[in-house]
Write a protein that binds this ligand. Structure first.
Ligand SMILES: [Zn+2]
Length: 230
């Protein structure tokens, strides 16, 4: 399923997690997390503004992403995180340092121009990118911020684009689940999803906050539990 023969064995390594809080006691697969890094700052409005202006500021840059990367690095659970960055959330030196292990893979979240963004991300990260996802902008505000044509919800992907689409892998949108279910219920759904070898999708923007227009909810407590970190 994951293409590379070498990693095939790793994906199917079985680990044991303590499910006592859920009254379960099962074996599960390695946890695979997909992170679409849409925005750089914990403040939604600051993120909108800086994205629209194509500007960056060091203060709080990728703050939530860095918190998540540190949690993953601390975790003793077997986990692999796939980080999809846009041109507006390119990893800085601190972020690259946090991702510098085989627990992490840097990937492309296409915003507007797939080839140009791929080239910039490969240069910034000094790695060969294998996977991509595409940023969706359905709202008018989103289209304006991302300088998208009004008729276009997503950037077009060139026919000969050689990266592997991450949409090919069954995925649970964990932050969406966290919008309208209790922590306990969301945790149960997440574990069931891991058991089915699905990818857990999160957006760093919603680590601690719940969307107002966007139906995504805070998932920090769930991530802590899944990764078994304090
Ligand atoms: Zn996105």
């Amino acid at each position: 399923m994951w293409g590379l023969k070498k990693t095939f064995v790793v994906w199917h390594t079985i680990i044991i997690i303590n499910y006592q809080s859920l009254g379960l006691n099962k074996q599960i697969n390695m946890i695979k997390i997909r992170l679409d890094v849409d925005y750089a700052y914990p403040s939604r409005w600051k993120s909108f503004l800086y994205t629209a202006l194509k500007r960056k500021t060091k203060r709080n840059y990728l703050k939530n992403s860095k918190i998540i990367a540190k949690m993953i690095n601390k975790s003793t659970v077997e986990v692999k995180a796939y980080w999809f960055f846009t041109p507006f959330t390119l990893p800085d030196a601190e972020m690259l340092e946090l991702l510098n292990s085989n627990k992490h893979e840097i990937a492309l979240h296409v915003a507007v121009d797939a080839y140009k963004e791929l080239k910039d991300l490969e240069k910034t990260s000094n790695t060969q990118i294998k996977y991509y996802t595409v940023h969706g902008t359905e709202s008018l505000l989103g289209k304006i911020i991302w300088r998208r044509k009004l008729s276009q919800a997503k950037a077009p992907i060139p026919k000969d684009f050689h990266l592997k689409s991450f949409y090919d892998f069954p995925t649970l949108s964990l932050d969406r689940i966290c919008y309208d279910t209790s922590t306990k219920e969301a945790l149960k759904i997440a574990y069931e999803s891991i058991e089915k070898d699905e990818v857990l999708l999160i957006h760093p923007d919603w680590l601690f906050q719940r969307g107002k227009m966007n139906h995504r909810g805070a998932y920090y407590e769930i991530l802590k539990e899944i990764l078994n970190v304090n």
